[in-house]
Each structure stands twice: as structure tokens, then as C-alpha cells.
Write a protein that binds this ligand. Structure first.
Ligand SMILES: Cc1cc2nc3c(=O)[nH]c(=O)nc-3n(C[C@H](O)[C@H](O)[C@H](O)COP(=O)(O)OP(=O)(O)OC[C@H]3O[C@@H](n4cnc5c(N)ncnc54)[C@H](O)[C@@H]3O)c2cc1C
Length: 379
């Protein structure tokens, strides 16, 4: 039984506890799903999560506008990740893909949000390029003004939901200034002529992922999100909201690894007693529990601080993401060790957690980058 005591922490309100309970019950009935065809699985997950109302926190409610509730986003990712990494992915991308529209979109652009929140449209966030992953400001893709339109040319890579998305938030160089100040954001529907999937990318924990070509993709000037030259600032504001939620997904994976380990150590007999009785195993389990609680404290501190109205939570979110993802990797590694040979058997839950966790230390700012961010924030 997963530890639920953290829900009593003062970071949460009763509505958060009720949401976590309702979602957990839904997950127990509906997850995990079959991962053999990730496109079909993700489309289906988005539709079902939407139908059940669980995608509502991912974007602005146009009928009742207000800030995104980061605690609900984190609780949802933690819970979904504990049950099924692909369900967490499907949820997370609906938020990341539309974050710029929620925060900076025009009312016309925000009409998309009713569909993404209902699971009727799938969204994606297209920032990274072959030459600019961590070095975002160095992007090559251009958006050139042509009359009432912009024409987008270049490539994006590592785009989650690439190939199945209905809309992309795309960042491109508009050239108001060199570097970070010359980038703008655009809402590009997937069926816009010239937008093509150049390559599908396969990774150790597969999900829909692609390299995209933009071959003179023409969009009206009204497709720009925010002002010309504000794209970098917009991308960072979106990551400021969603970065802690990556930590929350890692926390969900770590909690699952700990639960599986407690179960295994309690039931596996070794040298005439349960594995749990070996003190070295107890040492590992204590380290795992400590990492889980410490990660949860950092994540929900960051989420609470943002929800209380802090304009930016750069330091808190970087700490939460760095610690939770790095430590989850260690927690899961220990879980694999305590499971012995079963831990590396393809299809075993801890084997899949071992694969699922790895990319979280790379995307939305690699661990090394988070360290640079934290150091600069406390200088
Ligand atoms: C599974 C997955 C899904 C993704 N989904 C998306 C998506 O939906 N949309 C999107 O736009 N992008 C996405 N990405 C891209 C992701 O954000 C980039 O991979 C990430 O920013 C790293 O960029 P890079 O791969 O080009 O590595 P590089 O930028 O080449 O960095 C390589 C390594 O160098 C080190 N490093 C980098 N900068 C520093 C620094 N300042 N100080 C010290 N060390 C440093 C880090 O260890 C880093 O991992 C995804 C990536 C993966 C793996």
C-alpha cells in the first residue's frame, strides 16, 4: 500500500486530497495499459483521461480563468507515474504542449484549450533542435514575416507527441535581436501544409517522439503566441510551471519502486528469514524512503510556492527536479538490486521503472543545467 501520509502535509487543501483519491481509484481500475503500440495507447489514454475529467488541470479553463494549480499537476503526475509511465506522459504533454497558450494566448488561440482539456485534441511542445537542446537560445529555425503571415523553416527534434499531436507550440527565430531575445512562439496546427514528420525516434522507454521538418510552413501572424521576441521568456515561464511536475513524475516512479521493494523484501525468504531481516537490505530501504520523502518535500514546496502567487520559482523548481529525478534513479536502482535477477527481467515492473526514469534527468533541463541554475539563483 503506497504511503499516503504526505497528503496530510500543510501544502495541500482538502480538494487536493479528494482529487488524489479519485484519481488513484481510477488508475487502479484503468492502468496500466498495453504499451505495444504507443501511438494508439497515448491517443486512447488522452481520450479516456479527458472523458474522466482528469485533463482539466492541464490548461486554463476559459469559462473560469485562473492560474494553473501546480499542486494538482504534481499530484496527478505522481499518481499516474506510480501506476503507468505512459499515462503520466499522456497527461503531462497536454499541459506542456498548451502551457504557452494558457499563459500568453489570445482568446482565439485559447479556444483550443477546451478541446485539449477534454482529451479531444493532443498537444506538443516543439523547442529543441538538433543543434540546440540545452543551448536553447542558439536555435536555427526561422519564422520570417511575409505580409500578413509568418513562414517557418527548419527542424525540431525530440518532440514528444510528434506524429500524433493535433497542435504544436513552436519556437522559432524572428530576429528582433541576436540570441534569446530574437525568438517567438507560434501555435501551429498539425495539418498545416509543409509540417512533416521527418523521423520517428525510438527510446528506452518508448512514447510517441519525432523529428519534425518545417518546409516553409505558412501561418497567419495571429498564430504568434505573445509578442515578437518574447518566445524565450514564454518557454521559460512554461517550464517554470511544469519543471516541478517532472520531479513529481520521478517521485511517482520512486514510490512505486519502494512499494515493490517492500513487498518483495517481505515475501522473499533468504537464509531462513524474509529478505527484509537482512540489515544491509534495511539500510537500502531506509535510504529509499528518505529519498522519497525528501523529494516530495522539495516538489510540494515548489508547487505550493508557485500556487501562493510567486511570480517565478526558478530555484525551487530546479531543486525539486534535480533532486527528485536523480534520487529516483538511485531508488529504482536499489529496487532492481533487491529484486535480484527478476529486477532485470524484461517486463518486470522494476525493470520498466529503470528504463522510464532515465530520460527525466535529461529533458526539460538536464541535471547539470539545474545545478547551474541553482548556483546562479543563490549567488
Ligand atoms: C525522451 C525525451 C523527450 C523529449 N521531449 C521533448 C519535447 O517534447 N519538446 C522539446 O522541445 N524537447 C524535448 N526533448 C529534448 C530535451 O529537452 C533535450 O534532449 C535536452 O534539452 C538536452 O538537449 P540535447 O539532447 O541536445 O543535449 P545537449 O544539449 O547536447 O547536452 C548534453 C549534455 O551536456 C550536459 N550539459 C548541457 N548543458 C550544460 C551546462 N550548462 N553545464 C553543464 N553540463 C551541461 C548535460 O549533461 C546534457 O545532458 C526530449 C528529450 C528526450 C530524451
Amino acid at each position: 500500500m503506497p504511503d499516503r501520509s504526505f497528503l496530510d502535509w500543510p501544502f495541500f487543501e482538502q480538494r487536493h486530497r479528494d482529487w488524489a483519491d479519485k484519481l488513484d481509484a481510477w488508475c487502479a481500475k484503468n492502468l496500466p495499459v498495453d504499451h505495444s503500440d504507443v501511438d494508439t495507447a497515448c491517443r486512447d489514454l488522452v481520450a479516456r483521461l479527458g472523458e474522466a475529467g482528469f485533463l482539466k488541470p492541464t490548461a486554463l479553463d476559459t469559462a473560469n480563468p485562473g492560474p494553473l494549480d501546480v499542486r494538482t499537476l504534481c499530484l496527478t503526475r505522481e499518481t499516474l507515474a506510480r501506476h503507468d509511465g505512459l499515462a503520466d506522459f499522456a497527461f503531462a504533454m497536454q499541459g506542456l504542449g498548451t502551457g504557452a497558450i494558457s499563459l500568453f494566448g489570445t482568446p482565439e488561440q485559447q479556444q483550443w484549450l477546451d478541446r485539449t482539456r477534454a482529451g479531444k485534441a493532443i498537444s506538443a511542445f516543439a523547442l529543441s533542435e538538433p543543434r540546440s537542446g540545452s543551448d536553447v537560445a542558439n536555435m536555427d529555425m526561422t519564422a520570417t514575416r511575409d505580409g500578413d503571415d509568418y513562414v517557418l523553416s527548419g527542424e525540431k527534434t525530440w518532440i514528444s507527441n510528434g506524429g500524433i499531436a493535433d497542435l504544436y507550440t513552436v519556437f522559432a527565430r524572428t530576429g528582433e535581436a541576436p540570441g534569446a531575445k530574437g525568438i517567438s512562439a507560434f501555435l501551429v496546427p498539425a495539418d498545416t501544409p509543409g509540417l512533416e514528420v521527418a523521423e520517428r525516434l525510438d527510446v528506452i522507454a518508448p512514447h510517441p517522439l519525432a523529428r519534425l521538418s518545417f518546409n516553409d510552413v505558412r501561418v497567419p501572424a495571429s498564430a504568434m503566441i505573445g509578442k515578437p521576441g518574447d518566445g524565450f521568456k514564454i518557454a521559460m515561464s512554461v517550464l517554470d510551471v511544469f519543471r516541478s511536475t517532472v520531479g513529481a513524475a520521478a517521485l511517482g516512479f520512486a514510490r512505486r519502486a519502494l512499494d515493490e521493494t517492500l513487498d518483495r523484501a517481505g515475501n522473499r525468504e533468504l537464509f531462513g528469514a524474509p529478505l527484509f531481516e537482512l540489515q544491509m537490505v534495511q539500510g537500502h530501504i531506509a535510504d529509499m524512503a528518505l529519498d522519497v520523502d525528501a523529494a516530495a518535500l522539495l516538489i510540494y514546496r515548489a508547487a505550493w510556492t508557485k500556487d501562493m502567487g510567486a511570480p517565478r520559482v526558478t530555484r525551487e523548481a530546479a531543486m525539486a527536479k534535480l533532486f527528485a529525478t536523480d534520487r529516483a534513479q538511485q531508488v529504482i536502482d536499489k529496487a532492481v538490486q533487491i529484486h535480484g535477477g527478476d529486477g532485470v527481467r524484461r517486463g518486470h515492473i522494476v525493470e520498466s521503472l529503470y528504463r522510464e526514469i532515465r530520460a527525466l534527468r535529461i529533458y526539460e533541463g538536464a541535471s547539470d543545467v539545474q545545478k547551474v541554475v541553482i548556483a546562479r539563483q543563490i549567488k
